[in-house]
Design a protein around this ligand. Structure first.
Ligand code: PMP
Length: 394
């Protein structure tokens, strides 16, 4: 290359850090021996057979072409029916619903459809690693609002209001939350909705974990609160509740004007979501509930084992009411979250994710996914206890 070599990579992408999770998993992949991973956020279950079979039938029937850009009509009809009965919001399948390549794509096209350069997007932290990156890639300004252990990591209107400025355009919510397992009660959610209306914010609500709530908690969608439907984009998918991460299928519902803008980006960038996966997703919505509830009950049992073990070994851990992550406080060990995760991996071959990977307010915690087999969880907790004891002896 000559002296005059240009910077080929766009400056805002060059400045983007790589995901802290991926960086950590490079370490895990290079370890030999019996590593137990509580790291990756996905179900250990294989997709229920009736759903898999629908995908196979779809291929057998020769359904190998593109679908409508917005997604197969039968799937969109099932989606709006599902949302109506479970979240109490009505959408028109014709123009208020788009099928995407997972919630990941839905999030991406929502950001790109809404943001002009310099618009601020408020999101809660600790959060899913993609959020600040997605905002930056769409030329928005990420504004993180910390959530606290004392509030069980829920967002309170009192905290949110401090971060709203005249440039605030979007509020991005994720409850139940990755990585904290936090859920929102109706009172706080109503307070958040009041602020969104008062300050004319668009809300993107990522409800990918909404079926996975425990202890008879009722999940409430902000989209269902008065005055919110017209300013909310509801994101959901099949990855978590139906154990379908690899199928890559999700969706967004919202006001026609916004879905139409998202559709343009999707149409030029993606064309249509995977056909086989869309047909399998129809089966998931029509007949997947029983299998989903069984998986959920199993996660609940595993959660109880994990959280109890953390508290017994002296790592304070709040009881997460949703998703499938425990988020214990590791400050009593005197280690940073990265030191804890690295030391645990090296000494006891257990992989957890440092809380700092989910933003600065995740420091002092680690994320442990309990969508892992119960036997592995028992073994992992034994090993973590040994590691924590070794920290105390230092
Ligand atoms: N949102 C959250 C909060 C997540 O945790 C994840 C996956 N870890 C996603 C979105 C992406 O999900 P999908 O597989 O549907 O793209």
């Amino acid at each position: 290359m000559g002296e005059n070599k240009k910077n080929y990579v766009a400056s805002h992408i060059a400045a983007l850090p790589k995901s802290g999770i991926r960086e950590f998993f490079e370490l895990v992949n290079n370890m030999s021996g019996n590593v137990i991973s509580l790291g990756v956020g996905e179900p250990d279950f294989v997709t229920p057979w009736n759903i898999v079979e629908s995908g196979l039938f779809s291929l057998e029937k020769g359904h190998t072409a593109y679908t409508s850009n917005l997604g197969i009509p039968a799937l969109r009809k099932e989606i709006v029916k599902y949302i109506k009965s479970n979240y109490h919001v009505s959408y028109a399948w014709e123009n208020e619903c788009i099928v995407t390549v997972g919630v990941s794509e839905a999030l991406d096209i929502a950001m790109r459809a809404l943001l002009s350069p310099g618009d601020e997007v408020i999101y809660t932290e600790p959060c899913f690693v993609s959020y600040p990156a997605e905002i930056t890639m769409a030329h928005g300004i990420p504004v993180s609002v910390p959530t606290y252990e004392k509030d069980a990591f829920a967002l309170t209107p009192e905290t949110l209001v401090k971060y709203i400025t005249p440039k605030s355009k979007v509020l991005l919510l994720n409850f139940p939350c990755n990585p904290t397992g936090a859920v929102m009660d109706l009172e706080n959610l109503q307070g958040i909705a009041d602020l969104a209306i008062k300050h004319d914010l668009v809300v993107i609500t990522d409800e990918i974990y909404s079926e996975l709530t425990y202890d008879n908690i009722e999940h409430h969608s902000i989209a269902a609160l008065p005055g919110m439907r017209e300013r909310t984009i509801f994101l959901h998918g099949f990855s978590k509740a139906f154990a379908m991460t690899g199928w890559r299928v999700g969706y967004a519902c919202g006001p026609a004007e916004i879905i139409d803008a998202m559709m343009k980006i999707h149409q030029y960038g993606i064309m249509s979501a995977n056909t086989t996966s869309q047909e399998a997703a129809i089966e998931a919505l029509r007949h997947g509930k029983k299998a989903m509830m069984k998986m959920r009950d199993s996660y609940c049992e595993r959660r109880n084992v994990m959280v109890k073990a953390f508290n017994e070994m002296g790592l304070k851990c709040h009881l997460p009411k949703g998703a499938f992550y425990a988020f214990p406080n590791i400050t009593s060990t005197g280690l940073s979250s990265k030191e804890f995760a690295k030391g645990l991996l090296e000494q006891q071959q257990v992989a957890v994710v440092p809380g700092a990977a989910f933003g600065a307010s995740g420091e002092g915690f680690v994320r442990c996914c309990y969508a892992t087999s119960i036997n592995e969880i028992y073994e992992a907790m034994k090993r973590i206890k040994l590691f924590v004891e070794s920290c105390k002896q230092k």
